[in-house]
Design a protein around this ligand. Structure first.
Ligand code: C2O
Ligand code: CU
Length: 476
């Protein structure tokens, strides 16, 4: 039972945070564990956008082009505004983003705003939230993000081809008062499969890629280069935002030996900064790192990926040079609270998703969720699950396959509770979690936004071969 004082407290919180007041009325038939989880969630992040009335307008055009990428030769790509990565869209929390998008590709497309809590109609899922944008057509995306942080955008039609060809960009929503870093730097990590002519290997969704962990390439780039160098001055304190935009490759960037703190995951701040080492940056994931360079110049610092224990991959270098600067001193930004949700594992799971594969379907292999595959469709009308806005849920994933599945939910953040039944205490929310072969993962969430939200594997070949479904969030 919700005590009267608890109810009054919830109503006070409601006034400030637009908490769902109905949680009070129906509190009586919720278990004490669920009531506790909901109380812990209060104030974790804003429930509503607060538009300031400022509209920031950008034009985006998707079209085939040639760019001097990778080692400087002409690479034929598909790009937003002729750039790979696409233009960096930067707004401040409370501002409204308006993107006038034009499709000049030979295929239909959409833009999905990965990680952004926005109105369902702006989510960019073809046939589910909008008709696909046909070649030659224009579509206007307009929304006010509810959260500050590092987000990204990419097509949601034939993603395994369109993202691989170069269509992606970063959306940064700055805090109302951004912390005073010396600089804010973005590293977009991508993995390319080039053929012997050094062009993008033109066959997509190959049997090999479908049967394994998607399309892993032979060239890894940071911001489109194999030789990205970040030049810093002694004393600088940098906010480094990393995105993994690869179709399939997972990277574990190694910052050991540096003064580095992990401050945000998938856009949202942690409740306290932690050591970034070992974070598996799966396709779709973002991390923000707080880096301070106290040492004077020296040998270039090599940042490598250590996802595979036996083979490390070079990502980029950091060179310290020049006149020293005064290091800005301030506490690393953090979220006031992230629910511990230790009670989450005591709440019965609302649903168990079973992830697996089988032969068949248009691509020869189908990746399934609960035995269903939506191959070649980004628009399953059959909803996999219905949830209620403002309610607390534990969901479980059982990976019955031996492959990797970075599972991504649109329109909501979740917390990881356990891997293989062992509680995991992450100090952060996520929108994407890597599930390893044969692994079982428990997550918890409170959906905040009504609508039809996609859930899929972010290994884009797995998604194209069916590993996607919809979660319908109903108003309470
Ligand atoms: Cu990057 Cu449906 O997601
Ligand atoms: Cu997968």
């Amino acid at each position: 039972m919700l005590t009267p004082s608890g109810c009054a407290r919830a109503l006070v919180a409601a006034a400030f945070l637009l908490i769902f007041p109905s949680a009070c009325q129906s509190g009586g038939n919720k278990s004490p564990q669920v009531q506790r989880a909901l109380r812990e969630f209060e104030g974790a992040y804003p429930l509503e956008a607060r538009p300031l009335g400022t509209v920031r307008t950008f034009d985006l055009v998707a079209e085939p082009t040639e760019v001097p990428l990778i080692d400087g030769h002409r690479l034929r790509v598909w790009a937003y505004n002729g750039q790979v990565p696409g233009p960096q869209l930067r707004i401040r929390l409370g501002e409204t983003l308006r993107v006038r998008f034009t499709n000049r590709l030979p295929q239909e497309t959409t833009i999905h705003w990965h990680g952004v809590r926005l109105p369902n109609a702006m989510d960019g899922v073809p046939h589910a939230t909008q008709p696909p944008v046909q070649p030659g057509e224009t579509f206007v995306y307009e929304f006010t993000p509810k959260d500050a942080g590092t987000f990204w955008f990419h097509p949601h039609v034939r993603s395994s081809e369109q993202v691989e060809r170069g269509l992606y960009g970063v959306l940064i929503v700055e805090d109302v008062e951004p912390p005073p870093y010396s600089r804010d730097v973005v590293w977009v990590i991508d993995d390319w499969l080039l053929d012997e002519t050094r062009q993008i290997f033109p066959r997509f969704n190959t049997r090999h890629d479908l049967a394994h962990d998607g399309r892993w390439g032979n060239v890894i780039t940071v911001n489109g280069r194999t030789d990205e160098v970040l030049r810093v001055r002694p004393g600088e304190r940098i906010r480094l935002r990393l995105l993994n935009s690869s179709n399939g490759r997972v990277v574990t960037p190694d910052f050991s030996g540096l003064q580095a703190k992990l401050i945000a995951v998938d856009g949202l701040y942690l409740s306290a900064p932690i050591d970034p080492s070992g974070f598996e940056l799966a396709p779709g994931n973002r991390v923000d790192i707080d880096l301070t360079f106290n040492q004077l110049s020296g040998a270039p610092l090599r940042i490598v990926d250590r996802f595979h224990a036996r083979q490390s991959n070079h990502l980029a270098d950091i060179v310290i040079e020049g006149e020293p600067l005064d290091t800005p001193t301030f506490g690393s930004p953090a979220r006031a609270h992230v629910p511990a949700w230790k009670v989450g594992l005591e709440v019965p799971e609302h649903h168990t998703f079973r992830l697996n594969a089988r032969g068949g379907g248009p691509l020869g292999i189908e990746w399934t969720i609960d035995g269903l595959a939506f191959a070649g469709h980004a628009h399953p009308h059959a909803s996999g699950l219905t949830l209620k806005q403002g309610q607390f849920y534990r969901l479980r994933y059982v990976n019955e396959s031996a492959r990797l599945h970075p599972i991504h939910l649109h329109g909501m953040f979740f917390r990881l509770l356990a891997r293989d039944g062992v509680p995991v205490d992450e100090l952060f929310f996520r929108d994407t979690v890597l599930i390893h072969g044969r692994e079982e993962v428990d997550i918890a969430l409170v959906p905040t936004d009504a609508g039809s939200w996609m859930m899929h594997c972010h290994i884009l070949e797995h998604a194209e071969a069916g590993m996607m479904t919809m979660i319908d969030v109903k108003k309470e």
